[in-house]
Design a protein around this ligand. Structure first.
Ligand SMILES: NC(=O)c1ccc[n+]([C@@H]2O[C@H](COP(=O)([O-])OP(=O)(O)OC[C@H]3O[C@@H](n4cnc5c(N)ncnc54)[C@H](OP(=O)(O)O)[C@@H]3O)[C@@H](O)[C@H]2O)c1
Length: 249
């Protein structure tokens, strides 16, 4: 039996990137995993590679009806959830002067609001011993052009980890944040950032990171496993920075 034997884990945004790597590791450690995302074809393909009977449920975290349907599925199938990795996130980056209300609302819905209500709706299914991990970012405490709304949305998620820690401690539920630094995924490409800008940013950021490289999704998955499992039994309210030292020096 692995570190998560017998546990039920919901991973939002589990069809790609860090969420998918975490889902695979959780399944190897014995968890029954439910992944979510918006693109059903991508979800189904991802579920095949996770194993251990993983389920893939279409759920856009910016839509309350989708979150309710996710909760209903988890309740019907398992009757409970032991681990929530609130990982899904997306952004429409733009310069402050040009940020539209639509871009602002999309990014907040896909960071803070979506995370908030996903955890709220799944919480009644969680009992003592549960662990909630919220995906934040190094950028919630670092200034970078184009991502003012995204960074603020993630800073709000960091704040939520503190509030939930205080609210849920008496229920025996731990809440922690995991702050990735610069991780090798397709997130920026999917947000419409040009290849030229991606390469330029990567060069600049690598120069700032003490380890001089991007992180991998597998390095993130191992950190999430630590926070989700009993290995971190005395951690709650904390933020684990997995950033090659980017924000630490
Ligand atoms: N990459 C980085 O350097 C970095 C750094 C710090 C933090 N993060 C955060 O880490 C998390 C994972 O990002 P990633 O880099 O692994 O990106 P990714 O490879 O693009 O994966 C994102 C996942 O989230 C899903 N998703 C996006 N918007 C969603 C929504 N509204 N509702 C439900 N699912 C949604 C995507 O599937 P669909 O598109 O099919 O919905 C996909 O499964 C995000 O919260 C991101 O902000 C990333």
């Amino acid at each position: 039996m692995g570190k998560l034997g017998g546990k039920v884990a919901v991973i939002t945004g589990g069809s790609d990137g860090m969420g998918l790597a975490t889902a695979k590791l959780f399944a190897r450690e014995g968890a029954k995993v439910i992944i979510t995302g918006r693109d059903q074809a991508r979800l189904d393909a991802a579920a095949q590679g996770i194993g251990n009977g993983a389920d893939a449920i279409g759920c856009d975290i910016s839509k309350m009806a989708d979150i309710e349907a996710l909760r209903a599925f988890v309740e019907r199938k398992h009757g409970r959830v032991d681990i929530i990795f609130a990982n899904a996130g997306a952004a429409r980056p733009n310069m402050f002067e040009h940020m539209s209300e639509e871009e602002f609302d999309f990014t907040i819905a896909c960071t803070f609001k979506g995370t908030y209500f996903t955890v709220q709706k799944l919480l009644p299914l969680m009992t003592s011993g549960g662990s909630i991990v919220l995906n934040t970012t190094t950028l919630s405490t670092k200034g970078m052009p184009y991502v003012s709304v995204y960074s603020a949305g993630k800073a709000a998620v960091r704040s939520l980890a503190r509030s939930l820690t205080a609210e849920l401690i008496d229920k025996g539920i731990r809440v922690n944040a995991m702050a990735p630094g610069y991780i090798d995924t397709d997130q920026a490409r999917k947000s419409g950032v040009s290849e030229e800008m991606i390469q330029q940013t990567k060069t600049q950021v690598h120069a700032q990171i003490p380890m001089h490289r991007s992180g991998t999704v597998d390095e993130i998955a191992k950190a999430v496993l630590f926070l989700a499992s009993d290995d971190s039994s005395y951690l709650t309210g904390s933020e684990l920075c997995v950033d090659g030292g980017w924000n630490q020096v």
